[in-house]
Design a protein around this ligand. Structure first.
Ligand code: PLP
Length: 861
């Protein structure tokens, strides 16, 4: 076979149309309907053939058509207006501009956001699931708010796979190759026009090179590193071949390129464009963690010790953990990491041992042979968070081994609940009604108030008709997809007449679409197939199900689940009421969420860190029917959908599935379907619509990614920037001081202890309001009393003799004696009745510590 070299010839547009190129290259079109309408109006059929891809549309226009457009003054006027609108969007002050940190300081000048995947539009398929979609929504909302983020990721030659099915319902993966020249990307160039090159050393004297592609996500630049470049040997060219394609070493190389190469790409970006250097580095999951190692190397090169550099880097780093599933965490054999950071390949100034120590599971229950990327994330991130309240709590418990001696409640991992980018996810049809019914003041209010939902502004009949249109559109789309899938499965058109009657635009429609790891339980609905059939085929109140999802290519058990589901859906008895749509992606998602009346989610609690698909459904007036896990555990309020009761604590997995599936069937039968089909005299389900209005009005504002990005800015980015600046000031004086102090405290800690505690002030009958006087005699070795807090920890005691909901209050130094011994004392007011307990502990104290547990050192009485 002859090797074919493919490339894309870009269109040269006539001058009057030059702005179209800019409009196509800036991905804002993907969430800005007027820009898409402008492109569609050029040639609606072609627009649909190229699946709404402006770059492809322009490439497909012949020169005659272009000349005609260039001469069409009405059209060129619209192009000019659209370009002007984009320029305003890119330059005008937005939410971020003019704001300050709580202390009145400047917000970060730039924030780097690292992620292994970004789901922005189906035109740029560089994502596999929720993590990537979240990263895309984060960038888009940051752009809308004027937050100066710069994204950093990899450009995968094949993106994530396309899913189809065999006749026998087995998942087949294909990897369509992407040509960066045909994508809305521009290569970063040196001043002399040659591509900028980022390089890093590999074992055996090899070098890995990458070019940097830049996507414009509204105001946010996204830098994507690509190793498929002529400077590389064949193996190195394949490093960015596929998203999550390989295991082990391939994956490690990708993460090195993302972390280390990503920092180098940022430096090239600033050097070549004059953009400010990031003041904060945010890593979306642990994959990009090596970025901290690279920044330590930079600072060591500038004269800091490794410990000092570590402090400076930590202060300005934010780490977000996304999974309570251990299999979701990257762990590499220690030897492998050693090979990449040791021997001939040691990073200048950063000893191999230092790197290995960052990811070591050197705690109770840890595996001494592995290098754990999440652990490194926590050690390099001065601030860390989970992605829902419940996930924050689960993460504190999961990682508490890193802070021995502290209660999990004190583990320094907070939470920011995920959100979604509404301009991307709200059906244009619904968004148009919202925009039309809302006053300008309401649209520009910081939080949408949902006032357009007043029955005076939109009637039940109108809302119901709108939901019906959205459902009907989905039914039509689903039929197209079912037909296409059966054609791929080998059926002839003549066999497929039945597809025209698949699903009904009037039947209660339940959607379920997500990746297919075991914990998401794709097949829970099949637990009792007779009961499911009865629901689907109910004579008066039928239900129809639309299911989609990809299994990881290496996960045969996931593929078996898909097969089981598809085989059920293939049965002529039910195939008009349940469909599996192959190749779940952003494009499908955008038609799925608006058309489903109910969004189903039944993960094994608490393994769904947040989940976001249900949020997108809610924004379109869908009602959630979900296990109370992730975001739903936080915001289910009894009126905005249904919580599926969980059988927490039932050890037998089969039995737990049976119980939870039964609860699901019961809910659908006794509550969901009756509410949907319960029509009032005018034929409208008023109870249902009440829930829809309530969902739109109350969940609508909360699930927005703008709310999420705002929380990151105020809760994490601003404090990280301030801490980073503080430690870097005056030639890193504070970083040096902090590193020296920590080393001194660590070395001295074995001599720190509580010797003796005395109390007084309470008699036989203790009452609320009584005061307990506590005096603690402690030994601090060479530490001074200013280096520590001696705290009385008190609160209600449970039956297990644990202090619940405790408060820690510092005691004051009373007296110092010889040999590092001191007395501390104070009073505790007893505020609550019931069983009470207290104890005394010593913790390190320094004004630059971000949390009491930071050093993981505590001396308990
Ligand atoms: C939103 C979305 C996801 C994530 O959904 P979860 O509820 O977090 O599983 C995955 N894939 C696509 C295409 C999405 O749009």
């Amino acid at each position: 076979m002859r090797a074919i070299r493919r490339f894309t010839v870009r269109t040269v547009l006539p001058e009057q149309l030059a702005a179209l190129d800019e409009l196509a290259q800036n991905l804002r079109w993907s969430w800005h309907a007027p820009t898409r309408e402008l492109f569609a109006s050029i040639d609606p059929d072609l627009w649909s053939d190229v699946r709404g891809d402006p770059v492809a549309l322009l490439a497909a226009l012949g020169s005659e058509r272009l000349a005609a457009l260039a001469g069409d003054e009405e059209f060129t006027g619209r192009v000019r207006a659209a370009a002007e609108d984009l320029h305003h969007y890119l330059r005008d002050p937005r939410w971020y501009q003019g704001r300050t940190t709580p202390a009145g300081g400047e917000l970060p000048r730039a924030i780097a956001y690292f992620s292994p995947e970004f789901g922005i539009t189906s035109v740029l398929p560089q994502y596999s699931g929720g993590l990537g979609i979240l990263a895309g929504d984060h960038l888009k909302s940051a752009s809308d708010m004027g937050v100066p983020i710069v994204g950093v990721g990899l450009l995968y030659g094949a993106g994530y796979f396309r899913q189809s099915l065999t006749r026998d319902a087995w998942q087949v993966e294909t990897y369509p190759l992407l040509d960066p020249d045909g994508l809305p990307l521009a290569v970063l160039r040196e001043d002399d026009g040659t591509p900028a090159v980022v390089s890093l050393a590999l074992p055996g004297g090899r070098t890995l090179h990458a070019h940097v592609w830049v996507a414009a996500v509204g105001r946010v630049p996204l830098l994507l590193l690509d190793s498929n470049v002529p400077e590389n040997d064949d193996a190195a060219r394949k490093v960015t071949d596929r998203l999550y394609g390989g295991g082990g070493e391939h994956r490690l190389q990708q993460e090195l390129l993302l972390g280390v190469g990503g920092v180098r790409a940022l430096r090239a970006w600033s050097r070549l464009t004059g953009a400010p250097e990031p003041e904060v580095y945010h890593t979306n999951e642990g994959h990009a963690g090596f970025l901290g190692v690279e920044r330590i190397r930079e600072l060591v090169g500038a004269g800091l010790s490794v410990g000092e550099a570590h402090e400076a880097v930590r202060a300005a780093t934010v780490f977000t953990t996304h999974t309570p599933v251990p299999a979701g965490i990257d762990r590499f054999p220690k030897e492998l990491v050693s090979a990449y950071f040791g021997g001939d390949n040691t990073m200048t100034g950063v000893p191999t041992e230092t790197v290995l120590a960052l990811g070591a599971e050197d705690y109770d229950g840890g595996d001494p042979t592995v290098f754990n990327m999440a652990v490194m994330g926590l050690r390099l991130g001065g601030r860390a968070n989970g992605v829902s309240l419940l996930h924050g709590q689960v993460s504190r418990e999961m990682f508490e081994g890193l802070w021995p001696g502290f209660d999990s409640r004190e583990v320094p991992i907070t939470s920011v609940t995920n959100g979604v980018h509404s301009p991307t996810w709200v059906a244009p049809r619904l968004a148009a009604v919202e925009a039309e019914r809302m006053g300008l003041d309401e649209i520009t209010a910081p939080e949408a108030s949902g006032g357009w939902l007043d029955p005076g502004k939109v009637s039940d009949a109108e809302l119901w008709a709108l939901r019906g249109e959205m459902r009907a559109e989905l039914v039509a789309e689903a039929r197209r997809r079912v037909r296409k899938s059966w054609r791929e499965r080998g059926a002839s058109p003549a066999e497929l007449g039945w597809v025209d009657d698949v699903l009904s635009p009037d039947v209660l429609t339940i959607g379920f679409a997500r990746r297919v790891p075991t914990y998401k339980r794709l097949t829970l609905m099949l637990r009792d197939t007779e009961r499911l059939k009865a629901l689907l085929l109910h004579p008066e109140r039928p239900v129809q199900l639309i299911v989609a999802g990809k299994s990881h290519p290496a996960d045969d058990s996931g593929k078996r689940l898909i097969q089981q589901l598809v085989r059920f859906a293939d049965d002529p008895e039910v195939r008009h009421r349940i469909v599996f749509l192959p190749n779940y992606d952003i494009g499908m998602a955008q038609s799925l969420y608006p058309g489903c009346d109910v969004w189903l989610n039944n993960p094994l609690r608490p393994l769904e860190a947040s989940g976001t698909s249900g949020m997108k459904s809610a924004l379109n007036g869908g009602l959630n029917l979900s296990i109370e896990d992730g975001w739903w555990a936080e915001w289910y309020d009894g009126e905005n959908g249904w919580g599926i009761p969980t059988a927490d604590g039932v050890e037998d997995a089969d039995r737990r599935d049976d119980l939870e599936a039964a609860a699901l069937y019961d809910l659908v039968e006794s509550q969901v379907a009756p509410a949907f089909y319960g029509r009032s005299a005018d034929g409208v389900p008023s109870r249902w619509l009440e829930m829809v209005r309530h969902t739109l009005a109350t969940l609508g504002p909360k699930v927005q990614a703008t709310r999420m990005v705002g929380e990151y800015v105020h809760g994490l980015y601003a404090p990280a920037a301030e801490a980073g600046r503080l430690l870097a000031a005056d030639g890193f004086a504070a970083a040096k001081d902090l590193a020296g102090w920590k080393a001194h405290v660590r070395a001295s800690w074995p001599q720190v202890r509580v010797d003796h505690v005395e109390s007084a002030g309470i008699g036989e009958a203790v009452r609320v309001g009584d005061r307990l006087t506590v005096r603690a005699y402690v030994s601090l070795g060479p530490l001074s009393p200013e280096d520590v807090d001696v705290q009385v920890v008190h609160g209600r005691v449970t039956e297990a003799d644990v202090i619940d909901e405790f408060t820690a209050e510092p005691l004051a130094l009373v007296e110092s004696y010889e040999a590092g011994r001191h007395a501390f004392g104070g009073e505790v007011r007893l505020d609550t009745s019931g069983p009470f307990g207290y104890t005394v502990r010593i913790v390190p104290r320094h004004r630059h510590l971000a949390s009491v547990a930071e050093l993981g050192l505590v001396a308990n009485a």
